[in-house]
Design a protein around this ligand. Structure first.
Ligand SMILES: Nc1ncnc2c1ncn2[C@@H]1O[C@H](COP(=O)(O)OP(=O)(O)OP(=O)(O)O)[C@@H](O)[C@H]1O
Length: 705
């Protein structure tokens, strides 16, 4: 019985196809496993580059290009195009087997053949040194470069020439050349290929074997349901095609907690979801998928719904944000807690400050309580006097610490007397209950956006799972930290040494948007939660598009009008409103922009309010943007008075270290908002621009540059 394999290139085409054609494609291939290949009317293609290419009729004007097997019965669907384009594609393109990875590759051979002699002639003038002059043929071949690509590589005199070559070179070989041209050593490029490299000699003529091992670009479909499923989510290629580096992290067995890091859009969430799925399939206990907010946990649930089909497997996975878990554990023993509101807490600190005559602000005391006392689980004065207050800027002598401790003890005592709880004390109680429990509620925990969890949330999660292989899996990026939580994983009992992996390819954002956004971070490394530093050097995108548009205006009205005009232009150009996002730093600035959009006939959806209106443009604070992505993104109000937000930054003369950390967090917040953009990014402000963008050497338009 013939089996169908589907190439990634086809799925990308499918996403762009008219619905009727896509439906017809599904129908044609739905019959695949019940038909013999003769029944499928596969026809030879005259002058095809590869003698095994066949065409298959989809309807009157569309054809599929299929690779027929030499032996065996796996047919690979490579392309679906209008009749003439399909034939032309088959006459230009060829497949090959990569000698390092053993995977299949597709190339535009006609273009390669056309370019090589032209370029060789240009390179022969010798005016410019070729980019790969210092790298020997043997080294390139060892990295999987074949003779034809080698001939091309020898003609490259400027790394920019590789950008255009992406469309015709085989993917993995292009990755290698791109890495070398970007200054990585052959050893680093080899390490980057890592999981893909085969430890056995590769027979580069055995295409059928190569197809079977190419699960990063070919999915073998075993039945009609699976086939329809691939067709059902053409945009979500991540469901079926993982990059080998991602796949290796998903499938690994770790002796203890493990982590994946990487810049924005590198697929950390995708890896976390696949890993949760894989762990649940093992059927050795419940799997918790968690993060720090309910909005994010909802989007994790949506991803899992797309990924997991087996109901039993699905039932083994719990998706819940950390505080929900804490409350669930707490309620089981204590019933519903009576929670102290944010304002009431502030009032209580003020009351105690006055009563005790101490000279600290409510903010300082509540932060000391959270970041030192709760984070380090301190419960006596002696422990507080002895602790290192890492990360807290203002130093405290022992007399001052005693005073602070008295205020904090009084705060906690008042809570107990009045029967009041905060989310923090609920978490602490839940952690205590879980630690006392022999039987833990989960066997595996998968954490996404881990950089924003607080130390006491980490304590809770550690207590909710037994210490065992594959107990905790962490996905996060400290460069995208948008809250104040700085955690040392070691200090919360989570040791990941030797079990950390990094993803570098950004699948979301164009190289232009990513490059500009990385500039916002100044290349400054930040802590990596494990005693080291993390920088985003190496994070790259292979997709190109328009550079970000930066636009300053005289006042807020002019800025809002400009945003409305720009959003209208996107909509007029066919971008669905639901694919457009607008981020602002402060909630209050939403109203004016909403008003301008409404006047332009565009509906908006406030991300702070639950709604599933998909005919509206999403608008919300930069904090709300975490975990989302939009084809077109406007980051508005990036003026000197709004970003960094003065109210969120401790004055430098009050505490220099906290001041610097606050600035770093504001910078990361802007970075997070900008990297939500897939295709276009518009950054606007009125009056003077934010110092974060004014410092960048980028052309702007409008006033207030
Ligand atoms: N192997 C893949 N193939 C195709 N698309 C992918 C792949 N991996 C990730 N993506 C896509 O890239 C985008 C970003 O993925 P994801 O949200 O997992 O990244 P992330 O690293 O968690 O991002 P961030 O840190 O910015 O939140 C998504 O649209 C996802 O579908």
């Amino acid at each position: 019985m013939p089996t169908l394999a589907i190439d990634k290139g086809f799925i990308t085409d499918l996403a762009k196809m008219e619905r009727a054609v896509a439906k017809r494609v599904a129908e044609v291939f739905d019959e695949f496993d019940s038909a013999t290949h003769t029944g499928l009317h596969l026809e030879k293609i005259a002058n095809a580059r590869n003698s095994r290419f066949r065409s298959i009729r989809i309807d009157q004007s569309w054809r599929g290009v299929v690779l027929a097997p030499e032996t065996g019965d796996v047919y690979t669907l490579l392309k679906v195009l209008p009749h003439d384009d399909a034939y032309q594609w088959a006459q230009r393109s060829n497949i090959s087997v990569n000698s390092a990875t053993g995977g299949i590759e597709i190339r535009d051979e006609a273009e390669l053949d056309r370019q090589i002699p032209e370029r060789e002639a240009a390179a022969a003038t010798g005016a410019v040194t070729p980019v790969f002059a210092d790298i020997k043929d043997g080294v390139l071949k060892g990295l999987g470069i074949d003779d034809k690509v080698l001939a091309f590589a020898r003609t490259v005199t400027d790394p920019a020439q590789l950008d255009t070559a992406k469309s015709f070179l085989p993917e993995t070989q292009w990755d290698v050349l791109f890495g070398l041209a970007a200054g990585f050593t052959p050893e680093e490029v080899w390490a980057d290929l890592g999981a893909q490299i085969l430890n056995e000699p590769v027979d580069t003529t055995d295409v059928d074997a190569a197809i079977k091992r190419s699960n990063d670009r070919v999915v073998l479909v075993s039945g009609p349901d699976e086939l329809m499923d691939v067709f059902a989510y053409p945009f979500a290629t991540w469901r079926v095609y993982l990059h080998p580096t991602q796949r290796a992290v998903v499938d690994a067995t770790y002796k203890g907690p493990a982590r994946v890091t990487g810049g924005p859009g590198t697929g950390k969430t995708v890896v976390a979801l696949h890993r949760a799925h894989m762990l649940a399939q093992r059927d050795d206990g419940r799997v918790l998928v968690t993060t720090f907010t309910s909005t994010l946990s909802e989007s994790l649930q949506t991803g899992l719904d797309m990924l997991v089909e087996d109901e039993d497997v699905e039932n083994r996975i719990d998706v819940s944000h950390v505080d929900r878990i804490a409350h669930r554990v707490f309620r089981k023993t204590n019933g519903a807690p009576h929670l102290l509101s944010f304002d009431a807490e502030k009032e209580l600190w003020s009351e105690l400050i006055e009563e005790q005559g101490v000279s600290y602000s409510p903010v300082f005391l509540s932060e000391e309580w959270r970041h030192v006392v709760l984070a380090r689980r301190i419960d006596t004065l002696d422990a507080y006097l002895a602790t290192r207050r890492t990360g807290r800027g203002r130093g405290l002598g022992s007399a001052q610490r005693t005073q602070v401790w008295q205020a904090i003890s009084a705060f906690e005592q008042t809570l107990t007397e009045r029967g009041l709880w905060t989310h923090e004390t609920v978490r602490r109680e839940a952690t205590r209950l879980l630690e006392a429990q022999e039987e833990k509620p989960f066997r595996h925990i998968v954490i996404d956006e881990a950089q924003d969890l607080s130390p006491d949330q980490w304590h809770l999660l550690r207590a909710a799972v037994p210490v065992a292989p594959d107990d905790i899996f962490i996905a996060g990026d400290t460069n995208q930290r948008i809250y104040d939580n700085r955690v040392s994983l070691k200090e919360v009992g989570i040791i990941i040494s030797g079990r950390s992996s990094r993803l570098n390819i950004n699948y979301r954002t164009t190289a232009e948007i990513l490059g500009w956004s990385l500039g916002l971070l100044h290349g400054e490394p930040v802590d990596d939660m494990d005693g080291g530093l993390d920088s985003l050097a190496g994070c790259k995108s292979y997709v190109h598009g328009k550079p970000p548009v930066l636009s300053g205006h005289a006042d807020a009205d002019a800025e809002a009008t400009f945003i409305a005009t720009s959003v209208k232009a996107w909509v007029d150009n066919g971008i669905a409103p639901s694919e457009i996002g607008i981020a602002v730093r402060a909630k209050w600035s939403i109203a004016k922009i909403e008003h301008a959009l409404r006047s332009a006939g565009i509906d908006t959806l406030d991300l702070a309010k639950a709604s599933d209106d998909d005919s509206a443009v999403s608008i919300g604070t930069m904090h709300r943007m975490k975990g989302l992505e939009f084809r077109c993104m406007c980051v508005a109000g990036v003026g000197a008075k709004q970003v960094p937000a003065a109210s969120a930054v401790t004055p430098i003369d009050e505490d220099k270290q906290t001041h610097l950390q606050d600035l770093e967090r504001e910078r990361c917040l802007l970075f997070v908002a900008c990297t939500r953009a897939r295709e276009e990014l518009l950054v606007t402000w009125h009056d003077q621009p934010s110092p974060f963008i004014a410092a960048l050497d980028t052309p702007t338009d409008g006033v207030g540059k």
